[in-house]
Design a protein around this ligand. Structure first.
Ligand SMILES: Nc1ncnc2c1ncn2[C@@H]1O[C@H](COP(=O)(O)OP(=O)(O)O)[C@@H](O)[C@H]1O
Ligand SMILES: [Mg+2]
Length: 588
């Protein structure tokens, strides 16, 4: 049954709920007390009516009945408040835990995950979906329990009051439950659909807001506005489908429940006229019937919420279940102590295609041995596979065939942390966080002192321009570093890598955005930084390449030529042609 599977989905939340067993028990006790107090009220009422107004009782009886009623109200107030506090706390607590857990899990995923999942979608899951769960844990669970208790308790009391009328009411309620269950199922599927549509539009907005300059330069604002409108309108339509189903659910539930009660009351009124029932008994019966009916109504509403929460849970569990293809080895091997020359690197017959492109190898038959301390330049036209090579070294992807050894150890046997701590990379696309210059560079090694950061900045020829910023190293660089030029961003990125002081340094066209003057400065800095470490540098300018110990020329995922500048020029191959053109044909 579908409604069962919804409950099963919610079981996925148990690991998040179980640390708070104590709070749940306390909330349960408060709930039980409050429900009992509620159930005592009709009984007190009957006492009042039959003893007081029918003239059989004394004034003392009336006083006692009212005092009892007030006592019940006091208990009800305290127990309800306590329950509210407990379950609200649980709701907030559990949601916070889920948010952290999902985020922690998502940021460990390999790049493949982020190729197929929009970041905006993840954000929507973290906010909207967790809020639904918060509603459920913080309100719906206790509502469900409370109303179940009231329903069962009320039912028992109904039977005690009048077995005959109660039997009729039960029969009627049985007919009521079926349509409610049917519509409940529908609400659940529709609610998942609705949440998905919201996540879609968040994903879209996230991407476009990050690309505003391009959108405006191409005057595509109307296009983007229309696209987003379409997306939120879709979300609206999905929401309306859910709301309509829920509307029917509400109408049907109330109509059926109250219809049944009115019918039974009509019978009851006849019973009082025939003197087979007292007025007090009928009042008591009415109140219990109201409680039972109210409980059924509330339960159907809760069911809708629970179904929405089940949809949300399903999606969050999906995120939590995502397994990165890149996993830490079970028994990681330590790297040998760092040598004063840096790391050695061996690639043996590597073949690799991106997961999304199984038919085309980005790298094939690629073998390479780099000595400690060596500087190797990698050149080749755009799309040759240079950046891909770096991605494999960092284990963002694993090759389908072949093995990569760092200091003689297969990188699959090294913990990801150790591996990546050994490598420093200046990527092709620089990443700047919305923080100041100091913090952006310090990201290379959290815990580095201010002086160490400044020293790294000097090495990367970044010190001078940072000093000139309005607040020096404390200047905020804007979201994604929008307040810097491309060359300045690149120098921050280089400083960050140098601060890390890695044994293996990877530079991916690290100087491509620099003007001739800053390139000369950075070049000098990089040359001194290359001492005591192994460096792979993807470059598109002759000046950088000429100084390398060895040059690799890549073409369609293979290494097609290797040698030094002079040997390669002498060979008269691809490199010689490129060198003759001063590498002008290289794209960055
Ligand atoms: N994430 C990816 N998914 C699928 N294909 C990719 C991905 N990244 C790069 N490629 C493809 O792999 C090939 C090599 O790319 P890359 O290594 O970036 O070249 P470059 O030598 O310019 O750095 C190209 O054909 C490119 O289209
Ligand atoms: Mg590249």
């Amino acid at each position: 049954m579908k409604s069962q599977s919804s409950i099963q989905t919610l079981k996925g939340l148990l690991p998040f709920l179980s640390p708070y067993k104590k709070q749940f028990y306390l909330a349960g006790v408060a709930l039980l007390v409050a429900a009992s107090a509620t159930l005592a009220i009709p009984y007190a009422f009957r006492q009042m009516i039959d003893m007081g107004f029918s003239g059989q009782g004394s004034i003392q009886h009336v006083d006692a009945a009212f005092l009892g009623l007030f006592a019940v109200a006091c208990v009800l107030a305290i127990a309800t408040a306590a329950r509210f506090y407990m379950v609200s706390l649980l709701g907030e607590r559990v949601t916070t835990d889920i948010r952290s857990a999902v985020y922690e899990h998502v940021i460990e995923q390999s790049p493949e995950f982020f190729e197929t999942t929009q970041t905006g979608e993840v954000l929507s899951r973290l906010t909207t979906d967790t809020t639904l769960i918060q509603t459920m844990v913080g309100t719906s669970i206790s509502m469900a329990l409370r109303n179940t208790l009231l329903f069962l308790g009320g039912l028992v009391m109904l039977f005690i009051t009048s077995p005959k009328l109660s039997s009729i009411i039960i029969l009627a309620l049985a007919f009521v439950v079926l349509p409610i269950v049917f519509f409940g199922r529908r609400v659940r599927t529709l609610s998942r659909d609705s949440q998905d549509k919201i996540a879609d539009s968040s994903g879209l907005a996230g991407e476009i807001l990050n690309a505003m300059p391009i959108v405006q330069a191409y005057t595509q604002e109307p296009f983007e506005a229309a696209r987003f409108k379409l997306s939120v309108e879709n979300a609206f339509k999905a929401a309306m489908r859910r709301i309509r189903a829920r509307t029917y659910l509400t109408a049907i539930a109330i109509l059926l429940v109250f219809g049944a009660i009115v019918f039974v009351l009509w019978l009851g009124a006849h019973a009082v006229m025939n003197k087979t029932m007292t007025g007090g008994e009928l009042s008591q019966f009415i109140l219990y019937a109201t409680i039972v009916a109210g409980a059924v109504g509330a339960l159907s509403e809760v069911m809708g919420d629970a179904q929405r929460a089940a949809g949300a849970t399903e999606r969050l569990l999906e995120l939590l279940a995502a397994q990165s293809n890149i996993v830490d080895p079970v028994n990681p091997k330590p790297l040998p102590p760092r040598s004063s020359n840096g790391a050695t690197l061996t690639l043996n017959e590597i073949r690799f295609h991106y997961p999304s492109r199984p038919d085309s190898n980005a790298l094939s038959h690629l073998s390479l041995a780099v000595r400690a301390g060596e500087t190797v330049a990698v050149v080749g036209s755009s799309g040759a596979g240079k950046t891909t090579l770096f991605q494999l070294l960092l284990r963002f992807y694993d090759p389908q065939q072949g093995q990569i050894d760092l200091d003689g150890i297969n990188i699959r046997d090294i913990s990801l942390r150790t591996l990546r701590n050994t490598i420093g990379i200046v990527p092709q696309d620089t990443v700047i966080f919305s923080a100041n210059a100091m913090e952006n560079i310090r990201y290379g090694r959290i815990g580095a002192t201010d002086d160490e950061v400044v020293a790294a900045a000097r090495m990367a020829a970044a010190h001078e321009f940072i000093e000139k910023l309005p607040e020096g190293y404390q200047s905020f660089l804007g979201e994604r570093g929008v307040r810097l030029s491309g060359g300045q961003r690149q120098r921050i990125s280089i400083a960050r890598a140098l601060l890390k002081n890695p044994a293996l340094l990877l530079l991916d066209e690290a100087t491509s955005a620099l003007d001739a003057e800053s390139e000369r400065l950075v070049q000098g800095a990089l040359e001194s930084a290359m001492k005591g470490r192994t460096t792979l540098v993807i470059a598109h300018r002759l000046a950088t390449v000429q100084k390398a110990d060895r040059i690799l020329v890549m073409e369609h995922g293979h290494i097609v030529e290797t040698g030094t500048h002079s040997t390669l020029v002498a060979e008269g191959g691809i490199y010689a042609k490129l060198a003759a053109l001063q590498f002008q044909t290289f794209e960055s």
